[in-house]
Design a binder for this molecule. Structure first.
Ligand code: NAP
Ligand code: MG
Length: 497
């Protein structure tokens, strides 16, 4: 069912407030699949949902409406301790299970996720704000694909690491962010289980629901109790997961600031650590690129998931000779993006994940204006309730501007220009991050040269934001270390002798 037409677009406000508009109301539930939400979610420990020791709960908000969706337990360090005890108890039997048997459980998890895909997609969109077409066509199928892929490795570890006697680390503590809640869980849990580890995972505070629905899948698949434990809460719960003495390895995806804290707190403990952190990727368009195709790639690179993407192409570097042509096409394209109800299958840009994130984006956009960059936003109306932000283009951006240096993590593109290939490389690498990059050109030799010269874990050529479980993902510099996906990702979950 299509979204209801805007009811009114009366309240016009002066710039720059216009960019934070709240103008119309939508039909709250055009999507028909039932997300089967509970009123209250409790931590999943030792195969059961258990009451949190603190007795405290917090609300998970639907950012599309700004209203509470469910109550989530605040797990205390004592709950985290119980989870580690359950995971430690489960470890010996799970790690000794023949790989083919562990693989069967992973196949089961993958199939159940596929069976419940619509339900998971709606829950993910309601809890996190991303457009339903993305949850339905990307997040949930990719999460299932990660379990299928790693199920296949479970009985082939001796072939993956010949002669190296691959052994699991033990209990792995995992902490994930809110931008791809179920998918980040799959990136973490699938390789850990395939290699014989057991896990204690903490989802992000604003998006815990699909992790707890995944716990239902774990029960349904009959996994031995304690192999997967999910503890919910705030940053303190995350710190308890990371700092628990029984964690043999810590795997973290989130901000660079928290990553640095974790690196400090795990130093000298002997814990293995992998960090997947922030990014400020350059998406580089050369004058010989097919411009219409490049514009689609630029739009996908920055507006996918409202720009809440660690590898988002948030800095567009465009060759001076085609800069005006690209900017004109971009403005036209951005003007027809549909911003609004995340549950409407026609929506291109859904809700910003939280009020806090909306404030952060607004603050950086104001900084962009104050520092002298030229802002363009389409005049589209925004829903009255919930957290929304218009797709935003900044041209005339200089490398010193905050919007060129800091991760905005929102639908905001900073556009810079270059004249020569070496200038493009220099500008692209002029960042503390090094997660991803994009190159648009007709010349194959240039693609090869650029992908060597760019200090980024992933370089896409004539495409952007393409993912596959077989392909390793991870960063350089302040984007972290370690890889997820592919054989490289698997290697981070085993000890090799
Ligand atoms: P964040 O604030 O660092 O939070 C990430 C997770 O860490 C959340 O579960 C958070 O819990 C928890 N946490 C907070 N403080 C902690 C502490 N002191 N010790 C342990 N855990 C703690 O990041 P975010 O805002 O959720 O996510 C956005 C960031 O993630 C961006 O920088 C983005 O680039 C990055 N990211 C990177 C990748 C990648 O693969 N490289 C992928 C996705 C996202 P609460 O939610 O309760 O605060
Ligand atoms: Mg939420």
């Amino acid at each position: 069912m299509p979204v209801a037409a805007p009811k009114k677009s009366s309240r016009r406000r002066a710039e720059p407030e216009l960019i934070f508009g709240d103008l119309w109301e939508f039909d709250p539930a055009p999507e028909s699949a039932d997300p089967k939400l509970q009123d209250r979610y409790r931590p999943f420990i030792g195969g059961k949902f258990v009451a949190p020791k603190s007795g405290k709960y917090f609300a998970s908000i639907n950012p599309g409406t700004g209203k509470p969706l469910a109550e989530i337990a605040l797990a205390s360090p004592q709950d985290v301790d119980t989870a580690y005890a359950a995971a430690s108890k489960a470890f010996p039997a799970w790690s000794k299970l023949p790989g083919a048997e562990r693989g069967k459980y992973l196949y089961r998890l993958a199939r159940i996720l596929q069976d419940r895909a619509r339900e998971f997609a709606v829950a993910e969109t309601m809890d996190g704000g991303k457009p339903i077409k993305e949850s339905r066509d990307f997040d949930v199928p990719m999460a299932a694909a990660h379990f299928f892929y790693h199920a296949g490795w479970a009985d082939k570890l001796a072939y993956a690491f010949p002669g190296a006697n691959p052994q699991p680390h033990g209990v792995v503590g995992q902490v994930i962010p809110w931008n791809f809640p179920l998918l980040m869980l799959a990136w973490k849990i699938a390789p850990a289980l395939a290699t014989g580890n057991t896990v204690v995972l903490k989802p992000a505070e604003t998006t815990s629901i699909t992790a707890l629905k995944f716990a239902e899948v774990v029960q349904e698949a009959g996994l031995p109790p304690g192999v997967v434990n999910i503890v919910t809460g705030a940053g303190e719960t995350g710190a308890a997961v990371v700092n628990h003495p029984k964690a043999a390895k810590v795997a973290f995806t989130g901000s660079t600031d928290v990553g640095k804290l974790i690196m400090r707190s795990t130093a000298g403990t002997g814990k293995k650590l992998t960090l997947e952190l922030g990014g400020k990727a350059a998406n580089i368009v050369f004058e010989d690129a097919p411009l219409d195709q490049a514009v689609e790639g630029i739009v996908n690179g920055i507006f996918f998931n409202q720009g809440h993407v660690c590898c988002a192409g948030s800095r567009l570097l465009v060759q001076e000779s085609v800069a005006d042509a690209v900017l004109k096409r971009l403005r036209n394209r951005v003007s027809v993006l549909r911003v609004g109800n995340p549950l409407d299958k026609n929506t291109d840009i859904g809700a910003i994940n939280s009020k806090e994130q909306l404030d952060k984006i607004s603050g950086l956009v104001k900084a962009g204006i104050a520092e002298g960059a030229e802002m363009f936003q389409p005049k589209c109306s925004l829903p009255r309730n919930g957290y929304y932000f218009r797709p935003t283009l900044f041209s005339g951006v200089e490398q010193s501007h905050r919007i060129a240096r800091e991760e905005i993590f929102g639908p905001v593109l900073s556009i810079l220009t270059f004249r020569t290939q070496s200038e493009a490389v220099e500008k692209a690498n002029n960042t503390a991050y090094g997660l991803s990059a994009g190159v648009w050109t007709e010349k194959g030799s240039r693609i090869l040269k650029m992908s060597t010269a760019l200090k980024a874990g992933v370089v896409w050529a004539n495409t952007y934001n393409k993912f596959d479980p077989t392909s390793p993902f991870g960063g350089y510099k302040e984007s972290g270390f370690g890889r997820e996906g592919g054989k490289q990702g698997l290697a981070d979950y085993v000890k090799l002798t």
